[in-house]
Design a protein around this ligand. Structure first.
Ligand code: MRU
Length: 369
């Protein structure tokens, strides 16, 4: 995406020194736009863990490039197979819910099977990791094309009045290398002069909506309004939401969706108010080995401090403040599962399908064989 006149992706390799992975530090946005360089497996692990990088496709890409950095750490004394296997398990252990991470890391590991020469290992890992980045970028572009007709149709039905789209968390270009999943059709609509307006859920506890989605939309000039996480149901009852667009960290082959905590509540409200609830995602977020999301998807539990504290900007600095009594114990589930029956459908790089095993299987028949 173009930010202040310059083209960016949310992860890339330094052109002048291919042993350096560069990322935008998402912990600093929207107050500071800063890049970080990651030069080791450890750096990648920490960046995923501390949310410097986040969002399912991006943590997959970061994990893949982490495997490339692992090949650069090989010396004459390294047991190559165990070094690479350890790096892969270590990277995958960072965040358990998004399947993109294990998928991408395993894909790079697989591409290295049977290679001994360190230079060839590094070359192959780099090519595979960059291919993953490019594929995810292209997936999002296609998701945009496939989602656009839904927005256009509502716009025509409303006689050109703005289409109101509610979104949760951040599934924009920062989370996805480029374009984003939920943002891709929105940007495309905006480019084509279809009036849109986005209701941005702030998305406690980390406020990815307030901090990242609001920043992204603002930079592209797309009209948005920030709302509290609890406002969506009210807006739907008042007819102020035409569509809900959310991302996905892991979908089962039957169409259950793991996404940022609070997504399920939006789906319930959408269902009760006949508002279409679409999940936009690349097929790399579908885990075809799983059938029942509620029992089979592991939901990450995170630090209590994300709930007991909030971060804000004051006097040129990002400041954490406590919002509850000192001794408060907090629960912090990172994701929830929206059952397929509440999902209108999936918008993917291959097209649109219903959230059920048959439709998903038909759209992705090559993956279910
Ligand atoms: O904890 P996060 O910020 O990594 O959670 C991210 C989300 O829930 C996104 O909606 C999801 O990764 C999809 S990104 C296309």
């Amino acid at each position: 995406m173009i930010i202040d006149g310059k083209q960016y992706q949310s992860i890339w390799l330094d052109e002048n020194d291919r042993s350096r992975v560069l990322v935008i530090d998402q912990r600093r946005l929207p107050f500071f736009f800063e890049t970080r360089e990651l030069c080791s497996v450890e750096d990648i692990y920490n960046a995923i863990r501390d949310m410097t990088v986040r969002g399912a496709p991006l943590i997959g890409a970061a994990g893949a490039l982490g495997m490339y950095l692992a090949t650069l750490e090989i010396t004459g004394r390294t047991n190559v197979a165990s070094h690479l296997n350890n790096a892969a398990s270590y990277l995958i252990s960072c965040r358990p819910t998004a399947v993109n991470l294990s998928w991408a890391v395993s894909k790079v590991l697989e591409s290295l099977k049977g290679i001994d020469d360190p230079e060839l290992l590094a070359e192959t890992a780099m090519i595979t990791a960059l291919e993953i980045c490019e594929t995810e970028r292209e997936n999002c572009r296609k998701i945009g094309e496939n989602g656009l007709p839904l927005i256009r149709e509502i716009s025509e039905r409303k006689g050109g009045k703005p289409v109101n789209i509610l979104t949760h968390c951040n599934a924009g270009w920062l989370a996805c290398i480029d374009y984003g999943t939920i943002t891709a059709p929105i940007y495309l609509a905006w480019e084509k002069n279809i009036p849109v307006h986005v209701w941005v859920d702030e998305t406690r506890p980390r406020n990815q909506g307030a901090r990242l989605t609001a920043w992204e939309l603002g930079k592209q000039g797309v009209p948005y309004t920030l709302i509290t996480d609890n406002a969506g149901g009210h807006l739907m009852q008042k007819g102020m939401v035409d569509l809900v667009f959310t991302g996905c960290d892991r979908a089962t082959r039957k169409g259950d969706i793991a996404n940022k905590i609070g997504t399920y509540l939006k789906a319930l409200a959408a269902f009760d108010n006949n508002v279409p609830f679409w999940t936009l995602m690349p097929s790399t977020s579908i885990d075809f080995t799983l059938s029942d999301g509620l029992t089979e998807i592991m939901v990450e539990e995170r630090d209590q401090e994300e709930v007991t504290m909030v971060e804000g900007y004051h006097d040129g600095e990002i400041i954490p403040v406590r919002i509850c009594p000192d001794e408060t114990r907090a629960g912090n589930w990172g994701f929830d599962i929206t059952p397929a029956r509440l999902v209108t459908g999936l918008i993917t790089e291959k097209g649109i399908c219903r959230a059920d095993e048959e439709s998903i299987g038909n759209l992705f028949s090559e993956k279910t064989k």
